[in-house]
Design a protein around this ligand. Sequence first.
Ligand SMILES: CC(C)(COP(=O)(O)OP(=O)(O)OC[C@H]1O[C@@H](n2cnc3c(N)ncnc32)[C@H](O)[C@@H]1OP(=O)(O)O)[C@@H](O)C(=O)NCCC(=O)NCCS
Length: 171
Amino acid sequence: MIELRQLTPYDGRDVYDMLQTMPRDENGLINNVCGMSFDEYKSWLIKKQAESEQTGLVDGWKVPSTTYWLCVDGAPVGFGNVRRFLTEALRKTGGNIGYGIAPAQRGKGYGKLLLKLLLQKAREVGIEKALLTIRADNLPSLAVALANGGVVTEKTDERVWIWIDTKNAAD
Ligand SMILES: CC(C)(COP(=O)(O)OP(=O)(O)OC[C@H]1O[C@@H](n2cnc3c(N)ncnc32)[C@H](O)[C@@H]1OP(=O)(O)O)[C@@H](O)C(=O)NCCC(=O)NCCS
C-alpha cells in the first residue's frame, strides 16, 4: 500500500533513519535532518508542525510549508514539501513543491507518484497551479514533473520553471 503521511511530532525512528540516507542538499532539495541527533530531530518535528500551521510568513520571511512522507507498506521512502504561497524569491528558486526519494528506492516510479500525491495536497489548500523550479541538469526530476502534466514556461542553462495545473493530479 502506498500513502502520503503528514509530518507529526510523533514521527519516529523509521522517518529519522530514512532521512539519514538522503543528502543534506541535493539539487536544491534541503534535508535538514541529515546529520541531526535523534533528539534534535524530535525538536525539529515540533517546530516544523508549528510552522506549517501558520498562515503568514514564518520569522518574517519563510513561507509556511507542510512536509509529507511517502510510505510504501508502512515504511517511509521519500518526502515532499508543499509551500502554501509564493514569494518573489520562491518564484525564482524553490516554487510551491519540493520532493525527494531515498537513493535506495529510486527508479521504481515512487518519484512520479509522490509528486502526484503532493499536487493533490496542494489543491486541497487552494493552489490551482503549482510552480516547480528544477535544475536544468536534473533529468530525473524533469521527467517526474513532465509525467505529471508539467508545462515548461521558462528555461535557462541552469534552471527550468514548470507549472502544473493541480487538477491533473485528481484521481
Ligand atoms: C527526482 C527524484 C525524486 C526521482 O525519484 P524516482 O523515484 O527515481 O522517480 P521515478 O522512478 O518515478 O521516475 C524517474 C524518471 O526519471 C528518469 N531518469 C532517471 N535517471 C535519468 C537520467 N539520468 N536521464 C534521464 N532520465 C532519467 C527515469 O527514466 C524515470 O522516467 P521514466 O519513467 O519516464 O523512464 C529522485 O531522483 C530524487 O530524489 N532526486 C534528488 C532530489 C531531487 O532532485 N529532487 C527534486 C528537486 S526539484
